[in-house]
Design a protein around this ligand. Sequence first.
Ligand SMILES: Cc1ncc(COP(=O)(O)O)c(C=O)c1O
Length: 393
Amino acid sequence: MMLDSARRLMMPSARSDVPPFMVMDVMAAAARIEAAGGRVVHMEVGQPAFGAPGPAIAAVQARLGRSALGYTESLGFPSLRARIARHYAETYGLTIAADRVIVTTGSSAAFILAFLSMFEAGDRVAIANPGYPPYRHILTALGCEPVLIETDAATRFAVTGDNLLAAHRKKPLQGVLVASPANPTGTMMTPAALGELIRVAEDAGIKVISDEIYHGLDYAMPAETAARLSENVVVINSFSKYFCMTGWRIGWMVVPEGLVRPIDRLHGNLAISVPTLSQIAAEAAFDGKPELDAIKHGYEDNRKILIEGLPRAGLSKFLPVDGAFYLYADVSEFSRDSFDFTKRLLQEAHVAATPGVDFDPVNGSHFVRFCYAGSAADMKEAVERIGAWLHKR
Ligand SMILES: Cc1ncc(COP(=O)(O)O)c(C=O)c1O
């Protein structure tokens, strides 16, 4: 009896029961190989191999050792919000009021703030399948219902207005979340496709969130911001990818005016403010664009190495490699179990990649995601190793 009540007291909530990221298992296995002296080519984790740009580091070094680092305004330093607004003018030729910009602890925190401020518990939010797993898991943990929309090559693996309306007719949706470039597919929506989806969604009363975290890393076509297409859309972005600042945990949102104060209240209660040093670094990071563009060109070279090399190695079926730093390959002619495929690729060829099952509960067992954010030498070596391994099988 005592044991039962103790167990009940320690019972985690049902909402905390979200699946783990399987890539963590791949990373742990890669670390074991490296601890035993092996050399692994890392293509599993979706983050740049480079650190924050020079001006960001210099700004932080200049600030440390001066006065105490206090909290900041809950919505972020006004100067950083203004700098982000200027980024829209410089990058997209678009005027955005700095008041609509909110600084967040990475885009991850922006999702929580967006979902809490836009949706009620029980609301249904459409997302593309395959997609970034935390979309589903954060929605579930917050009591909303993720609605997976199957995508295919005909629409560059993006949700279309037609798919959205079909799901909405079955049972009403309150929101839709899109990403272009997307993770894990690396595919992009054309500006026309994004515009059409927003138009259809808004006509049907469905709120739109656009995850633009991979903007700046676009190769096949220029990435269009949803902020240009509608003032009602919530845009989420981050310093993690183009700006190479994953560990600084800083991102931003551009929101409709009516959401600024609700998010201010939520954020003040949930986190008070975003780490001050990271905000200082982020503001200066915009001065590091020449350095960051050079890194982007390196990704473009890597992309070419993989697009040309992987078919020779035996992997010829992959999605359009439009942006971000991902290539999503169909490995079904070799295995119907991508988890097992990546496990053996790691153990036998020492190439670490992520199984599609992390991103797609329906067809993910046929796909593997390769991240090409490493060095060109690593990409060439990966192609060699994958080729030798597949030919031996
Ligand atoms: C599509 C997408 N959105 C959001 C994130 C979260 O990034 P962060 O919280 O570092 O901004 C990631 C991270 O990999 C991602 O791939």
